[in-house]
Design a protein around this ligand. Structure first.
Ligand code: AMP
Ligand code: GLY
Length: 439
């Protein structure tokens, strides 16, 4: 007999503190099945819809499991990859509590780029030619063989900073030596040297359980700090979903690759009963989509545009994935377009000041189709909303067309003010111009 919604009420704990976690909490809170909702540590945005939990060491799986038991949590949703690599999902599941996110072995798909490449090779998944090294000299000679540009990657987690695209032989050498000399700490003790691929990038995220993949609409991030894709890489300055420039055959090829990867997470030698999000980062090369990386969690800021398009119940889907019940996963998507513009602190991704009072968030959120997710905010002693990070707010707008969503997002950005506010003015501009803008 199917449980009624009331019988299936569940207390939920979200782990993490960024815009992604605010979007996760927002989507969970919309479900009639969500009873108490906790965010640890959460941020100024989750504080409005969940109970923020201070002082819990979220990298400590036993501590998380203990908190979950004490608070009768039925579902733990893990945001950041570092927690998954640290085995938080293993500890929560061992305590008999459902957890959305793969165990530590599954998380190696993101935690070790060499492991991830071996997974791709074993399963015939298209990816750039590469080799991995534990000493500089053979790495330098392989880089010379590939020619420039060439890509140098630290094997382990480096908070999104461990990838260097070297345009010259000198830059390649400096990158390789820098990795081995500890530029990315322990993460760089193994180094991948990789063929440089060209084309637009596109992310395709899937919920995965029982070796099956359930797709979200594709998304496209803007990683560079400044307009025109100039300046240093950031955690993401804007994103949209779906992606107007992706061709139908490319989407089908990406889905085939993700299905193959999902099936492999349930088959030898990678069998680990993967339960969570598998994030495929693709380059749409002239020869077809090629995997740049797998991530083992929701994207940030991709989540902020994808979850507002979800029309079915997110708690139902998250519980089915966490319980390993793929037959019960149902996802229904709106056919709207979503665009997100990130409001950052002046100076980000370099040094920036925190504690700037933020005005206009409610006015922005009252505009048609607009939702404002908090990425780095807090409340000060006077209970004012203040900036507390490099990326401060994620302004998301839905529209019936890509242009309408873009225009609404920018209208909302103009309503919000804090000292030093900075954002890119060209999120989606290249995509609106068509695929030719990449050729
Ligand atoms: P990753 O963390 O592996 O996704 O790499 C971060 C960024 O580096 C990607 O989003 C790409 O912009 C770039 N990148 C990574 N690998 C390659 C490659 N093989 N060719 C060209 N660009 C790459
Ligand atoms: N937006 C890129 C990521 O989440 O890895």
């Amino acid at each position: 007999m199917k449980e009624t919604k009331e019988e299936a009420l569940v207390n939920i704990l979200v782990l993490g503190s960024g815009g992604r976690e605010h979007a996760l909490a927002w989507a969970l809170a919309r479900s009639p099945r969500c009873s108490r909702l906790f965010a640890a540590p959460g941020n100024g945005g989750t504080a409005g819809i969940a109970e923020n939990v201070a002082g819990l060491d979220i990298e400590d799986g036993e501590a998380v499991a203990g908190f979950a038991r004490e608070n009768d949590i039925g579902l733990v949703v893990v945001g950041p990859e570092a927690l998954l690599v640290a085995g938080v999902a293993d500890a929560v599941r061992s305590a008999g509590i459902a957890c959305f996110g793969p165990d530590a072995q599954g998380a190696q798909l993101e935690g070790s780029k060499t492991y991830s490449k071996q997974f791709m090779e074993t399963n015939g998944i298209p990816t750039a030619r590469y080799a991995s090294f534990t000493e500089p000299e053979p790495a330098l000679s392989f880089a010379r063989e590939l020619g420039v540009p060439v890509v140098v990657k630290a094997d382990g987690l480096a908070a999104g900073k461990g990838v260097i695209v070297a345009e010259t032989a000198e830059a390649a050498e400096a990158a390789i030596r820098g990795c081995f000399e500890g530029a990315f700490g322990e993460a760089g003790s193994t180094v991948l040297v990789e063929e440089f691929l060209t084309g637009p990038e596109c992310s395709l995220l899937a919920l995965v359980a029982g070796g099956r993949a359930f797709f979200m609409p594709p998304a496209q991030d803007h990683k560079r700090a400044f307009d025109g894709d100039l300046g240093p890489n950031t955690g993401g300055m804007g994103v949209y979903s779906p992606v107007p420039i992706v061709r139908a055959e490319e989407l089908a090829a990406m889905q085939d690759i993700m299905r193959c990867a999902a099936a492999a997470t349930a088959a030898d030698p990678f069998a680990n009963d993967y339960r969570g999000v598998l994030y495929g980062g693709f380059m749409l090369t002239p020869k077809g989509p090629s995997v740049l990386e797998f991530n083992v969690r929701f994207g940030d800021p991709e989540t902020q545009v994808v979850l507002p398009l979800l029309q079915s119940d997110f708690v139902d889907a998250a519980c089915a994935i966490a319980d390993g019940r793929p037959d019960d996963v149902e996802l229904a998507w709106s056919d709207a377009w979503a665009v997100c513009v990130v409001l950052a602190s002046g100076g980000y991704p370099g040094a920036y000041e925190k504690g700037k009072v933020i005005l206009g968030v409610d006015e922005a959120g009252a505009l048609p189709g607009v939702t404002v997710f908090h990425a780095g905010t807090a409340r000060n002693a006077d209970d004012e909303l203040v900036s507390a990070g490099g990326r401060v707010l994620n302004v998301v707008a839905l529209g019936d067309s890509f242009e309408e969503a873009r225009a609404r997002a920018y209208e909302a950005c103009a309503c919000i003010n804090f000292e030093g506010k900075r954002y890119r003015g060209d999120i989606g501009k290249r995509a609106a111009a068509g695929r030719g803008a990449w050729e």
